[in-house]
Design a protein around this ligand. Structure first.
Ligand code: XMP
Length: 528
């Protein structure tokens, strides 16, 4: 395992990502991690970049024990400065910021005298190399016992290495795609220099994770967790089922604003298909009752749905706990499963000065409060595409693995205006047709998210010689890689014509269909 110590650069998680792509297992922890508290010994340590200057009073610094571990170390950007600061203190110049492409000249040392390690980082990369720079401080001179291994026109010490120890620093970012050969450099470090194993695969992850879950929960402990039918919660649930079988209790809360037949289908897939111990709670009436009369406050809808969800989940958890009391498997329900992914974990790692505080990310805010449960998050080391790969490995159907995201507040935030059972029916039926046609046209995977929304207005139409005054459906479909920005999908006219005809003909109460051609920004993906 390679330990990545994170100083908060926007690129830090990419280091872990690249190492995994090399089949090298790595873990990222906050830069202030105390080594004594670590239960394993890393084969090497990487110090990430970060938005600080090592000279600031509140600049974070690594546990000095890192330097006496005796394993190879690579400092990237701020990480390089941290190494230099440790060895030389007074070695930096603030000067001007550098941001963008640069050309790196690698300096070889032919270094028998220095033990042969100095050139290893840039092995195979000799000559000029395009790199990505993003930094304020840079080295103004070398700390004692270091040599220069690379330069750029603006940074005379773009690469440094210790004469006798396997300590390296680079000013540029090898983890970003703007450094095209950066991955080779990371491979040189992790595989050649640290001699980390290249055996990290999804199959191995599953074995490790199952063992970890079993050790954590023990042979009586029980776990409860909410599932939605989305890929993250389903994969997490399947993993728990494999690990502890019936002692994992999945709960699906039917909030009345799921998609057409969704609760039924999720139940079918999870119980029959995947063997997960699932309780479905139909709380539609409670949710819809509370949503009644809320007409123009989207945040209020979200709050009502969020709070009601917590309430229903807690009631269900109590019931399940009571039922399992005294049964043969009977430990307490001590754990709450959450399908938190790595990007959420990274977002919630933060530190102020030297004392690190790690906030735990809640997918369902507030669920933990008052429940006295401990969190278990088996996907916390994975990226979304890895979760999909894992899901496929675990035998979860392709359709589910590639499902579009669906918001917690469901179609309530796609029904503009008041959410009534009748509005829910209309929005559901229209959505079902739209998605069915997208699948039939082979576009489902190309589109990142699609749905039908119901507008709170009426328009005039003529159907079967009769004048009608009915509602308007707005279709929305977007392509995006990160859901932060998105473009509307350019369907061809024939496709839209077909969907429109079907919706108007088949969904009672709709006489017009419009297509939303707003990108994000300025629009959001959801309508509310
Ligand atoms: P927006 O509408 O903010 O959506 O562009 C970005 C992504 O987030 C999802 N989304 C939500 N998910 N609870 C959720 O679980 C919510 O309240 C919520 N609002 C938006 C949305 O579906 C899209 O994938």
């Amino acid at each position: 395992t390679i330990l990545v110590l994170d100083f908060g650069s926007q690129y830090s998680h990419l280091i872990t990502r690249r190492l995994r792509e090399l089949n090298v297992y790595s873990e990222m922890l906050p830069c202030t991690q105390k080594l004594a508290e670590l239960s394993w010994t890393p084969k090497g340590v990487i110090l990430s970049g970060g938005p600080y200057s090592v000279y600031w009073d509140d600049a974070p610094h690594v546990d000095p024990a890192v330097f006496s571990l005796g394993v190879p170390m690579l400092g990237i950007c701020y990480g390089l400065q941290e190494i230099a600061w440790h060895f030389g203190k007074n070695v930096l110049a603030g000067e001007k910021r550098e941001y963008g492409h640069a050309y790196l000249k690698v300096e070889s040392h032919g270094d028998a005298e220095m033990g042969g390690h100095v050139d290893k980082l840039f092995k195979g990369l000799e000559g000029d190399m395009e790199v990505w720079m993003s930094h304020g401080d840079k080295l103004s001179h070398l700390p004692d016992d270091f040599v220069t291994t690379a330069t750029t026109s603006n940074a005379p010490f773009a690469g440094i290495a210790h004469r006798h120890k396997m300590l390296y620093g680079i000013q540029f970012h090898p983890e970003v795609t703007h450094t095209p050969r950066g991955k080779e450099l990371l491979k040189n470090f992790a595989v050649d220099i640290c001699q980390a194993k290249t055996d990290w695969t999804m199959g191995k992850f599953v074995d490790q994770e199952l063992a970890r879950i079993r050790a954590l929960v023990g042979d009586k402990g029980q776990v409860i967790g909410a599932v939605s039918g989305g890929v993250d919660s389903t994969v997490a649930a399947k993993l728990m089922q494999e690990a502890i079988g019936e002692r994992f209790h999945a709960v699906l809360v039917d909030n009345g604003v799921l998609r057409l037949d969704e609760a039924k289908q999720v139940k079918e897939t999870l119980t029959k298909g995947l063997g997960i111990n699932l309780t479905v709670v139909d709380a539609s009436d409670r949710f819809l009752g509370r949503l009644k009369g809320v007409t123009d406050d989207p945040e209020k809808k979200r709050k009502i749905i969020g709070n009601t969800f917590i309430e229903v989940f807690q009631e269900t958890a109590k019931k399940i706990a009571a039922e399992s009391q005294g049964s043969s498997r009977a430990g307490e329900i001590e754990w709450l499963l959450q399908g938190t992914l790595y990007p959420d974990v990274i977002e919630s790692i933060s530190f102020k000065g030297p004392s690190a505080t790690i906030k735990t990310h809640h997918n369902v805010g507030g669920l933990l409060e008052g429940m006295h449960l401990k969190l278990i998050e088996p996907l916390r080391e994975l990226f979304k595409d890895e979760v999909r790969e894992l899901g496929t490995n675990l035998g979860i159907p392709e359709d589910l693995v590639w499902r579009h995201p669906f918001p917690g507040p469901g179609i309530a935030i796609r029904i503009l205006g008041e959410v009534t059972p009748e509005q829910v029916r209309i929005a559901r039926e229209a959505d079902y047709i739209f998605i069915e046609e997208i699948r039939a046209a082979g576009l489902y995977r190309k589109i990142s998210q699609a749905f039908a929304a119901l507008l709170p207005v009426k328009a005039v139409g003529v159907m079967g010689d009769k004048r009608v005054h009915d509602q308007v459906i707005a279709l929305r479909a977007v392509e995006t890689s990160d859901f932060m920005t998105a473009d509307w999908y350019p369907f061809d006219g024939a496709f839209l014509k077909k969907v429109s005809r079907r919706i108007v003909n088949e969904v009672e109460g709709v006489c017009r269909v419009v297509y939303d051609i707003t990108s994000k920004p300025p629009g959001t993906i959801e309508m509310e």
